[in-house]
Design a protein around this ligand. Sequence first.
Ligand code: FMN
Length: 131
Amino acid sequence: MLQLVYISSATARETQGLDQILATSRRNNARDRVTGLLFADGVRFLQALEGEAAAVEAAFERIREDPRHRAVVVLSRREIATREFGPWDMAARTADADGDAFVAQVERLVAGASPAVRGTFAGLATVRRAA
Ligand SMILES: Cc1cc2nc3c(=O)[nH]c(=O)nc-3n(C[C@H](O)[C@H](O)[C@H](O)COP(=O)(O)O)c2cc1C
């Protein structure tokens, strides 16, 4: 199985766009048995995708061409024996969300991930809280 983690910058800040991304992602990922986590704070996206290598690569090919974000940078790409994120889920922070609650939510979602991946997600959530 392949786990791919990337970070990117959002090109639009409206949350309506996020709803559409989520609806499409849930549908496609269920079909392709891709799971993982999407972190969105209105500025950046951080996403982990897990599944059969071909399915993850195909999803990522579509995602990286998506004009709703830019500067897509792969942070890690590695073989995993079992899924580290469990079912596909999503941590989103709205403008008025409580920063501490958001950090706690992200930490819960990444609890099963490797230390490096966990640190990446937790670090970004904490930075955004401070910003
Ligand atoms: C930040 C971000 C994350 C996305 N995550 C996924 C995803 O996990 N799975 C997926 O199929 N599409 C995802 N998309 C949407 C894809 O870029 C693309 O629009 C979609 O896969 C096209 O699916 P369709 O041909 O069924 O309309 C994401 C887009 C963005 C901007």
